[in-house]
Structure formats: structure tokens, C-alpha cells
Design a protein around this ligand. Structure first.
Ligand code: ZN
Length: 385
């Protein structure tokens, strides 16, 4: 999601953010309820009362989506998967998981937790309404009951819509968990579940389009034009998200089947920590044309120096500062073994914010693997860069 968002608090240690597009939903929901639904369902009140009730409903809708996402997050946290943030935006909410689930069962339980929370909330609302109606015959609680029915409906709809079996919706994740358990191939399962997402996204858009058409032509009530429009948008959103996931899964599948050994540069040029930056630039960076070098002293890896570290030093100091002063000291995260898969190497680079890793076998540097080498490998095999 692009555009600004605001953090409004923290729950379970997770930052809760509201995306700018959510305010559109807030205004739309408040406006539709205050000027259309409420005056019809509950006649005889002031405009101010309707607007207030519309606003309260929009806030309750927000709370429903948030609790749904917290359902996913709670189970994910039980599996020690960190949640970066929960964002509420125009089409609902997203809990951003920092890691993939460890296995199909975890994937299934995390995916099902959200719709389960929504079903329970919906059931509670309708239970409350029937108890209240039986007890008092409604009367002065009419307004509250209407709110409870709306929140109940919202939660049931949230659960049902999210259970559509197309990735990345919750139902699509349940499907992926099943395919993953069956084929034991995470990327293929993702790719197939995303294909289902493409189909359901297209189908929803088509259905919404037909609804708009029929309502405009007078075959259906005119109020259904807005509903149809929303369904078209949601279908298009699902289609785009599924296409992105499928592309990524295909790419990762390609990279999981190739070893680092087949992509690495084998002629490793290492650099001494005692060299001045000026010498490093002239005799290493410019001479070899690489973007970074492992720093080696007495046969041991002691660090890594890249263009980034060099650029942080003013040119006037290049003759005085040494590689040792600016290099990033060695950590095991800077290395992979040559039998690692390319996707493991790439994920390590993304996590550490690195562009290159040293390939180390039996404590000896045997090569260098870079992001651009992985990119070139994909390009040669016809993937868009
Ligand atoms: Zn969900």
C-alpha cells in the first residue's frame, strides 16, 4: 500500500496503523448509513442522531476488522512469527508477517483464526439481539439493536468473504496449507493457490460488473449499483494481489532449485585491513570493478568493505583512513555455504540489507554471490527483471 499511514496504538506489542484510504471507507459508511439506511430503519430522529450512529457503526466496523487481524496475529505469535504491523486500509486489514509459517498446520491455523474471530463476533451480536428482543420487546433499545444487527452482519460478511479460496485471502491460505501438506512443495502450493486467486478475482469483478449493469438497466434495484461497484473493485484487488504472489512464487521456485555454487564468482579478490582507503579504491574497487570485497587478515575473514562504507568517508580523508576503520566487522550472517540454494542466499541478503555474501566452505572463502548475479540468472531464464 502506498500513501501515508498513522500509528494509532499497539496491541500484543504490534503497531496498529491506519492507511489514508481507510478514511474513505469511514466517510462512505457513515454517509450511507446516516442519509439512507438509518432514517428508513429508524424513523423520527434528528439528522445529528443519524450521523452519530453512522459514525459509531464505522468505528465498530473498524474494530471488527482489527479483531479479525488480531486473530491471525495471535496464532502467528504463538508460532514465534514476528508481526511487523497491522494496517487497516480501504479493502480491510493486513497483518504483516515477517516470516512464512513453519509448516502447513501452522499456515492453516493462522489463516483460519481471523474468520473464526469474525464468526464468533457475528454470533455474539445476533445472540445478544435475540436475547434483548425476547426480554424487552425492543422499545427504547431499537437504535442499539439496529447497530448490533449491522455489526453482526458485517462480521459474518467479513468471515465469508475472506474464506473465498483464492490466495492471498484467508481461504486461499487454507488452500495453500492443504496443497503444501499434500505436495510438500511450498512454492508450488503458493503458485497454485494464487492461480485460484486470479480466477476468483476475475469472477468477482465479472459478477460485480453484471450487478452494476443490471441495476443501471432497471432489472435490479438502483441501490445495488454501489454494491456492484465495490465487488468489482474488490475482485480487481484480489486479481492484482494474486498475480503478484504467483509471479513471486514462480521466481522463488526457480531460485530454490539452483545452488549458490552455480551462481557464485569463483575468483575471490580479498583485501587487507591495513590498506588505506585510497589504495583500496584505486587498486581494488576501480581495478576489479566489484562493488565490495571480503577483508582477510592472516587467512581469516575479518570483515566486509563495500562502496557504501567507502562513500561514508570524505575524499579528503582517503589517504589517512584504513580499510580496518570503515569495514563492517565479520559476522556469520555475511557468509553462505556453496550448497545453499539461491533463494536462501537472497533471503539472507534481504534480511541483512546486503548486496553480496561470501561463500565459505570449511572456513575458507571460495567465492562471492551477489544480488546482481542472481538477477542475471533470472534474466537469462526469461524472468522480467
Ligand atoms: Zn483474514
Amino acid at each position: 500500500m502506498h500513501g501515508p499511514d498513522w500509528q494509532i496504538g499497539r496491541i500484543l506489542g504490534i503497531p496498529i496503523k491506519v492507511h489514508v484510504s481507510w478514511f474513505l471507507v469511514f466517510l462512505f459508511v457513515t454517509w450511507t448509513l446516516a442519509t439512507g439506511y438509518l432514517p428508513a430503519a429508524l424513523p423520527g430522529h434528528s439528522a445529528g442522531r443519524y450521523w452519530a450512529m453512522g459514525g459509531v457503526s464505522a468505528v465498530l466496523l473498524f474494530a471488527s476488522v482489527l479483531l479479525h487481524e488480531l486473530g491471525h496475529s495471535y496464532v502467528a505469535l504463538r508460532y514465534r512469527i514476528p508481526i511487523g504491523q497491522i494496517t487497516l486500509f480501504i479493502f480491510g486489514g493486513v497483518a504483516q508477517m515477517r516470516r512464512e509459517p513453519p509448516g502447513p498446520l501452522a499456515e492453516f491455523l493462522i489463516a483460519i483464526a481471523g474468520p473464526l474471530v469474525s464468526f464468533i463476533l457475528g454470533g455474539l451480536c445476533f445472540g445478544l439481539v435475540s436475547v434483548a428482543e425476547a426480554a424487552s420487546g425492543a422499545g427504547q433499545f431499537q437504535g442499539l439493536l439496529i447497530l448490533a444487527v449491522m455489526v453482526g452482519q458485517t462480521n459474518i460478511m467479513l468471515a465469508v468473504f475472506n474464506l473465498i479460496p483464492g490466495f492471498p485471502l484467508d481461504g486461499g491460505r487454507v488452500l495453500r496449507a492443504g496443497l503444501w501438506a499434500w505436495t510438500k512443495d511450498f512454492y508450488r502450493a503458493t503458485s497454485q493457490a494464487s492461480l485460484a486467486g486470479l480466477w476468483f478475482g476475475g469472477l468477482l469483478s465479472l459478477l460485480g460488473g453484471l450487478l452494476v449493469f443490471a441495476a443501471l438497466a432497471g432489472a435490479l434495484p438502483g441501490a445495488l449499483v454501489t454494491n456492484g461497484g465495490w465487488i468489482v473493485l474488490i475482485g480487481a484487488f484480489l486479481f492484482a494481489a494474486a498475480r503478484g504472489s504467483r509471479r513471486q512464487a514462480t521466481l522463488k521456485a526457480a531460485l530454490s532449485s539452483v545452488a549458490v555454487r552455480d551462481l557464485m564468482v569463483r575468483s575471490v579478490a580479498t583485501i587487507s585491513p591495513e590498506l588505506t582507503i585510497e589504495d583500496a579504491v584505486n587498486r581494488w574497487f576501480l581495478h576489479y570493478g566489484y562493488g565490495g570485497f571480503p577483508v582477510v587478515q592472516d587467512g581469516h575473514l575479518v570483515g566486509m568493505v563495500t562502496v557504501r562504507e567507502i562513500r561514508a568517508v570524505p575524499t579528503s580523508l582517503w589517504a589517512w583512513r584504513r580499510v580496518r576503520d570503515v569495514m563492517r566487522p565479520w559476522t556469520p550472517e555475511m557468509a553462505v555455504t556453496s550448497d545453499c540454494s539461491a533463494i536462501q542466499a537472497l533471503e539472507r541478503m534481504v534480511q541483512g540489507g546486503d548486496d553480496r555474501l561470501v561463500v565459505v566452505d570449511d572456513g575458507r572463502p571460495v567465492g562471492l554471490v551477489t544480488r546482481s548475479a542472481i538477477g542475471r540468472y533470472l534474466q537469462l531464464r526469461g524472468f522480467p527483471s
